[in-house]
Design a protein around this ligand. Structure first.
Ligand code: SF4
Length: 412
């Protein structure tokens, strides 16, 4: 039996309406399209189940989009298919993203019976004006209703997403949202800073401010760099006082509730992305599914089911290049070089407060970390950006503030 792990990500690309800041792969769709999409997804799950079904699956994450918009039985069917195609561990963390306004008690009960044990609720702000400005479909009251339904249904592991750096947002306004959320005692809080992405209505609305900001010029509408920094520091302090441990740049959890799925990404666990535009990293092959809905459905219809033996080399579970490039669902495939693997190991690992361990580096690459990064480590430590304690290398507080600068130093 293969003891290797494989996390699963399942992408549901549908949303009731596109939020004004969003550049994720998501769009509205009628129920027929949703059903046809799930049909294609089931084929893809079966296909990869045949190839990789003996890996152990410790976590499943159903993201989007708005997975909770789908009819609940579709989600149930997807998870039934996963359970019969893969070896899902008994204590697997199974998460689903929900948006207020799309959740009912019935849906939550079906999620429970499908094995889902973690909800991630997209709130973003408790201020209705801010929610409206973001183009969200819900009010704070609708969020509260969703949260209450989730607790009543028995969910004991809930994340709430919050967003900072919103137009006209001040530190006080953000703290009001944060304190309101803390009073609800969710197990996990993700606090991200808004990024104004090209191609979104937000970009059109705020592009002059965004450009000014990039040039370090103060703007009236978007909080400037200093305000964003103050918000970030206050978030860290307030959440720490409330008993949340920061375990990654933007993620905070009560003890025992760090998201196992995300930690898997940052520790370079194998993961398989299923669905439209989903990305995977399996045995150091990185690939991405097509982003074209029609093409995805067509491709899944023509997936040939082959036995793992046809693809896996001598029981090593190494996946040969031609499998990934040859599979028609995928648009891009890249075999990571050793150099790229090392870079990723460092800049993903250092996102976490615990950082990386010397032992894990050596185990992955067969050489001590100093053999590759001696000078980089020395300099960053000297600058007070890295700390090294008991075999661990992690960002200092100052390093976390300058995370992008530090990560760039690990490019080889
Ligand atoms: S709900 Fe999320 S994925 Fe959907 S449009 Fe809004 S931000 Fe994008």
């Amino acid at each position: 039996m293969n003891e290797k792990k494989l996390e699963l990500y399942i992408h549901i690309p549908f949303c009731v309406k596109k939020c004004d800041y969003c550049d994720f792969l998501s769009f509205p769709a009628d129920s027929n399209t949703q059903i046809r999409y799930v049909h294609a997804l089931l084929q893809e799950i079966r296909y990869y189940g045949n190839l990789l079904g003996d890996y152990h699956v410790p976590t499943i994450y159903i993201g989007g989009g708005t997975p909770s918009w789908l009819e609940e039985n579709l989600i149930y069917t997807v998870l039934q298919q996963v359970a019969s195609s893969f070896h899902v561990e008994a204590d697997a963390e199974i998460s689903i993203e929900c948006n207020p306004g799309t959740v009912t008690a019935k849906k939550l009960n079906v999620y429970q019976s499908a094995g889902i044990n973690r909800l991630s609720i997209g709130l973003q702000s408790t201020n209705n004006e801010e929610l409206k400005a973001l183009g969200r479909i819900h009010t704070y009251d609708q969020f509260l209703k969703t949260y209450e339904l989730a607790r009543n249904a028995g969910f004991e592991n809930i994340n709430i997403d919050l967003m900072s750096g919103l137009p006209y947002q001040t530190l006080d306004k953000f703290l009001e949202s944060l304190q309101t959320v803390i009073r609800l005692k969710p197990e996990h809080i993700s606090a991200y800073s808004l990024i104004i992405e090209k191609g979104t209505p937000f970009y059109e609305r705020y592009k002059f401010d965004a450009v000014k900001q990039e040039a370090g010029i103060h703007t009236e509408i978007l909080p400037d760099e200093d305000e964003v920094y103050r918000i970030y520091k206050a978030t860290q302090d307030v959440l720490k006082q409330a008993g949340y441990r920061q375990y990654e740049i933007s993620n905070f959890a009560q003890p025992g509730y760090a998201c196992r799925h995300n930690i898997g990404y940052w520790t370079r666990e194998n993961y398989l992305g299923l669905g439209l535009g989903a990305s995977s990293l399996v045995e150091n092959v990185r690939y991405t599914n097509t982003r074209q809905l029609y093409a995805y459905g067509e491709f899944c219809d023509h997936l040939q089911e082959k036995s793992p033996a046809e693809f896996l080399k001598d029981g090593e579970h190494a996946v040969p290049e031609d499998l990934w490039i040859g599979s028609c669902v995928q648009e891009q495939a890249q075999i990571l070089t050793r150099k790229e693997q090392m870079e990723e190991f460092m800049f993903l690992g250092l996102r976490m407060n615990e950082g990386v361990t010397r032992a894990a580096f050596e185990q992955s690459f067969g050489v001590p970390i100093e053999a590759v990064y001696l000078e980089t480590l020395r300099k960053l430590k000297e600058q007070g950006l890295l700390q090294m304690v008991a075999g661990r290398i992690a960002l200092t507080d100052k390093g976390m503030d300058l995370a992008n600068y530090v990560m760039a130093k690990f490019l080889l």
